[in-house]
Design a protein around this ligand. Structure first.
Ligand code: NDP
Length: 240
C-alpha cells in the first residue's frame, strides 16, 4: 500500500484523483482549505483529511509527518480571467501564490524524505504549454509549474523519483463552470453558447472528464511509467 497526498482534494479533479487511488487500495490523504469539501470527497472511503492552505509554508509543512509519502499530487490551483492591462498586482500575486508557489512548497516538503520509486505529479494545464487571451497570470503560473517539474525531474532522477505534469484542457469541474459563467456574463450569451465557446478549443469539442485526469495520474504513479520523467502529458483532445 502506498501513501498518497492530493492537494485540492475537496473537489473536481483532486476529488477524482483521490478516489481513484483509494479505490486501488492506496492510503490517501487529501488537503485543501475547506474541511466540509474534504469530508465530502472522503465519504465512503478510508481517507485522511487535513486542512491546509498551500500558499502558507507552515501549513504545507504540517501535511508531512514522520512517514513519507510515496506519491504526491500537487493539484490545488486557481486563477481569475482578466486581460493583462486589467490585472491588479494583488490578483497576479494571488494566482502565483496558489498555482505556482503552492506546488513549489508542496514538492519541496515532499522530496525531503521521499523514498526511492516516489512520484511527484503536478496538475498543470494546456495553459502550461500555450498562452491565451485573458489568462496571462494563470498561464504564467502554469508555465512556471512546468519549469519547476522539468527541473525537479532532473534533480530527483538519481534517487529514482519521477516528476511529471498532467496538462488538461477544460475539465468538467467548478473551474470550467466558472469560466462558462464568466463568458455568459461578459458576452450576454446563454449557457449552451458559452459552453460551446469553452469547448471550441478542444478538437474533440467536449469537456474532459475528471476521471480521465485521474487515469493519467494512476498511470504516472504506476511501474509502467518508471522512465517517464520531466514530461508534460497533455490531455486536450488534440489541442496540444
Ligand atoms: P476546483 O476549483 O474544483 O479545485 C481547485 C482545488 O484547489 C479546490 O479543492 C480548492 O479547495 C483547492 N485550493 C484552491 N486554493 C487553495 C489554497 N490556497 N490552498 C489549498 N487548496 C486550494 O477546480 P479543478 O478541480 O478543475 O482544478 C484542479 C486543478 O486542475 C487546478 O490546479 C487547476 O488549475 C487545474 N486545471 C483545471 C482545469 C479545468 O478546466 N477544470 C483545466 C486544466 C487544469 P479549497 O477551496 O477548499 O481550498
Amino acid at each position: 500500500m502506498r501513501r498518497v497526498l492530493v492537494t485540492g482534494g475537496g473537489s473536481g479533479i483532486g476529488r477524482a484523483i483521490a478516489r481513484a487511488f483509494a479505490e486501488q487500495g492506496d492510503e490517501v490523504t487529501i488537503s485543501s482549505r475547506r474541511a466540509d469539501a474534504l469530508l465530502e470527497t472522503a465519504k465512503g472511503f478510508a481517507m485522511h483529511c487535513m486542512t491546509a492552505d498551500v500558499t502558507q509554508e507552515d501549513q504545507v509543512a504540517a501535511l508531512f509527518d514522520d512517514t513519507p509519502y510515496d506519491v504526491v499530487i500537487a493539484n490545488a490551483g486557481a486563477g481569475k480571467a482578466s486581460k493583462v492591462a486589467n490585472t491588479s498586482l494583488e490578483d497576479w500575486n494571488a494566482t502565483m501564490a496558489v498555482t505556482l508557489t503552492g506546488v513549489f512548497l508542496t514538492f519541496r516538503a515532499a522530496v525531503a524524505d521521499m523514498p526511492e520509486g516516489g512520484r511527484l505529479i503536478a496538475i498543470g494545464s494546456t495553459a502550461s504549454l500555450k498562452g491565451g487571451a485573458n489568462i496571462a497570470s494563470y498561464a504564467a503560473a502554469k508555465h512556471g509549474v512546468l519549469g519547476l517539474v522539468r527541473s525537479l525531474a532532473l534533480e530527483m532522477a538519481g534517487r529514482n523519483i519521477t516528476c511529471n505534469a498532467i496538462c488538461p484542457g477544460y475539465v468538467d469541474t467548478g473551474m470550467a463552470e466558472a469560466a462558462i459563467s464568466g463568458i455568459m456574463k461578459r458576452f450576454g450569451v446563454g449557457h449552451e453558447e458559452a459552453l460551446a465557446r469553452v469547448t471550441a478549443g478542444n478538437p474533440m469539442g467536449r469537456l474532459i472528464d475528471p476521471g480521465e485526469v485521474a487515469a493519467a495520474a494512476l498511470y504516472l504513479a504506476s511501474p509502467a511509467a518508471s522512465s517517464v520523467n520531466g514530461h508534460a502529458l497533455a490531455l486536450s483532445g488534440g489541442e496540444i
